[in-house]
Design a binder for this molecule. Structure first.
Ligand code: PLP
Length: 369
């Protein structure tokens, strides 16, 4: 792999990203497929990710925060942008001016958006979020009852969709999935003609009954398996490599890293990698995780430090690795799911933490995207 000589290289395959969006869209049939790009597109870079998805036909994007929405608006002047965390108090005018669409999560937010609409003499667009089991965001049961009794509480707003969020979408057998779907469908009758949105990545794989009108995938776009326990239907998007800074011989009985938590049981050959927990590799990988080096899986020895970690290359041919070589910590031989499990984390967390310090390399793996 030809790189200058950064200590860590994060390769992001934009063709695979685009292909994943298309696969999800195709699964959804007639439903529109949005893209969730919160948290800097799950750590992979909002700008290139959003531009790529827009270029292949994605029109609707969701972010969590107003600040993310403003960044995205500067990148994509025409996109439909939903803000999942809702209306920031005092900022309604800014949403309206920037054509940002709040996901309204409670009746006071609905009232604030109605007031802004009145002020501007137009019905401003919004998504309405109803809580069907997450107990996190969205109209709670009491608010839903108030609205059912008096649907005029929702008047004066141009509803783009009514949405809810699944809590166990990655478990197809969970009864909660159907219950949430039915609760959303029932509530949505209060807003006839308004599109309905339920599915995150895993939800899309629950089948047609769940798709409604608008899909909201995030993690699957970035190659994480939305069907845990079954083969990954997505193309991998992310590869992370770390550079070897030094290799050294060490004697049986010596220890490796902070705290001396690993004592060598044989004379060993150790390579020191230029990455650690500040590069999103969980500290829990200490003495537990593995990396892919020169075509072999090799163990991490000792504690993962902030910027460094040791690996055992004793069993590789003596000249297999030298300082400057790159080893794979996430990628085709080290799926995110596997590394997350070894690090007692989970794929979403690993993905969103990994992007910060690496040199990012955006690639296109084929000519079709
Ligand atoms: C983050 C988020 C999504 C995307 O979820 P994934 O599991 O990453 O596909 C969709 N909807 C809401 C409300 C979210 O917060």
């Amino acid at each position: 792999m030809s790189v200058p000589s950064p200590d860590g290289v994060l390769e992001i395959d934009l063709s695979a990203l685009a292909e994943n969006w298309r696969r999800l869209k195709d699964l959804g049939g007639a439903a529109e497929c949005a893209a969730v790009v919160k948290a800097d597109a799950y750590g992979l870079g909002l700008d290139p990710v959003a531009r790529k998805l827009w270029a292949v036909g994605c029109n609707t994007f969701f972010v969590a925060q107003l600040i993310e929405a403003l960044a995205l608006r500067a990148i994509l002047p025409e996109a439909r942008i939903g803000v999942l965390n809702g209306l920031v108090p005092g900022a309604a005018g800014l949403y309206a001016e920037q054509n940002l669409i709040p996901v309204l999560n409670c009746l006071p937010e609905v009232a604030a958006w109605q007031a802004e609409s009145l002020h501007r003499n137009t019905a401003l667009p919004a998504f309405l979020h109803v809580d069907t089991g997450m107990t996190r965001l969205g109209l709670d049961g009491e608010e839903q009852a108030r609205v059912s009794a008096d649907p005029s509480l929702l008047s004066g707003i141009a509803w783009e969709a009514v949405m809810s969020h699944l809590i166990t979408a990655e478990q197809p057998q969970a009864a909660q999935n159907g219950a949430q779907r039915d609760a959303l469908a029932a509530f949505s009758r209060l807003l006839p003609q308004v599109p309905v949105s339920l599915c995150n990545s895993s939800g899309i794989f629950l089948g047609r009954d769940y798709h409604f009108d608008l899909l909201r995938p995030g993690v699957a776009l970035y190659g994480v398996n939305p069907t845990p326990g079954r083969p990954n239907p997505m193309r991998p998007v992310v590869t992370a490599h770390l550079r070897i800074l030094q290799t050294r011989k060490a004697k049986a009985g010596e220890t490796v890293g902070y705290g001396g938590t690993y004592r060598l049981t044989r004379d060993s050959h150790i390579a020191t990698l230029a990455g650690g927990y500040a590069d999103g590799l969980p500290w829990q990988l200490s003495n537990r995780g593995q990396v892919w080096a020169a075509g072999h899986l090799v163990p991490i020895l000792g504690r993962v430090s902030m910027d460094l970690m040791g690996i055992d290359i004793t069993d590789l041919p003596p000249d297999a690795l030298k300082p400057g070589d790159l080893v794979e910590v996430v990628g085709p031989n080290r799926p995110i799911e596997t590394v997350a499990a070894e690090g007692q984390s989970f794929p979403y967390e690993l993905l969103t933490r990994i992007g910060k310090r690496y040199h990012r390399l955006y690639t296109t793996s084929d000519s079709t995207a």
